[in-house]
Design a protein around this ligand. Structure first.
Ligand code: FE2
Length: 267
């Protein structure tokens, strides 16, 4: 009887253990299914991410292509503008070789000054182009007045002075990425307001025009004119030194003197 009782307890224990095992197995099955589902979700997500990445890479590639195209068209536009300036300079040259030679010389000096002042490449390009055509307004002044030896009459001098405004009128409607029209307009303005045509002073005159103004004086004084021989570079440098801060931007004058000493332009 005791034995039977013991057996029944052992069977119950076994049955209980089996039940627990089955429960555990069922739980494991559920957990495995859950894990499998999660893995499936992860794989789905990974596949979606892969597609999204590919889409992003494609979009980036398209953006880069577009950016490269924009850079190219910007460069093409700039080159077209450079060609336009060259054509204008050529037109001046054909009519008046003196003015053309002078503008090239001023461009060389102005670039040397701009370089000395640490202007960036694009600004230096603007200075070079502006200097190259700064006297474009003289196209509308009778050649015999421009090249006539001897002193001009007051009326003739007033007529010559109109070249700054005329140059502005010629250039103002072309949308250059540099202030070429302002350079032509303001290259005879002076720091103390005594220049022409608008009587601007100080920083009312754009930096590029302040540079071309100094280069213009240095270039003009040190070259032969129809009405006088060259005064020499020393006289030109003395003039800008004496009028430093009065007629000419002091920083531009200092840069010009340094550029000359450093042989950054020839005379
Ligand atoms: Fe001029």
């Amino acid at each position: 009887m005791k034995w039977l009782l013991g057996r029944s307890v052992a069977d119950k224990e076994l049955a209980f253990q089996n039940e627990e095992k089955e429960k555990r197995a069922a739980e494991l099955l559920i957990a495995n299914k859950e894990l499998a589902f999660q893995n499936e979700e992860k794989e789905k997500r990974a596949a979606e991410l892969l597609i999204a990445n590919k889409e992003l890479a494609f979009q980036n590639e398209e953006k880069e292509k577009r950016a490269a195209e924009l850079v190219k068209s910007h460069l093409d536009l700039k080159n077209n503008l450079l060609d336009t300036v060259k054509v204008i300079a050529k037109a001046v040259e054909m009519r008046d070789p003196y003015t053309a030679g002078h503008q090239q010389r001023v461009a060389e000096i102005a670039c040397a000054i701009a370089g000395e002042m640490g202007l960036d490449e694009d600004q230096i390009t603007g200075v070079r182009l502006g200097a190259t055509i700064h006297n474009i307004g003289t196209l509308q002044i009778p050649a015999e007045i421009l090249s006539r030896p001897g002193k001009l009459t007051d009326v003739e001098y007033q007529l010559v002075q109109t070249h700054a405004g005329l140059g502005y009128d010629i250039l103002k409607d072309v949308r250059f990425p540099w202030p070429l029209a302002d350079i032509a307009h303001q290259h005879h303005e002076r720091m103390d307001g005594s220049g022409y045509p608008q009587g601007l002073n100080g920083v009312q005159i754009c930096l590029e025009a302040r540079i071309v103004a100094v280069a213009d004086v240095a270039g003009a004084m040190s070259s032969h004119r129809p009405y006088r021989a060259s005064l020499g570079i020393q006289a030109a440098l003395d003039e800008i030194k004496t009028k430093r801060g009065i007629l000419y931007d002091p920083e531009v004058v200092d840069a010009c003197l340094k550029a000359y000493e450093g042989k950054r332009f020839s005379v």
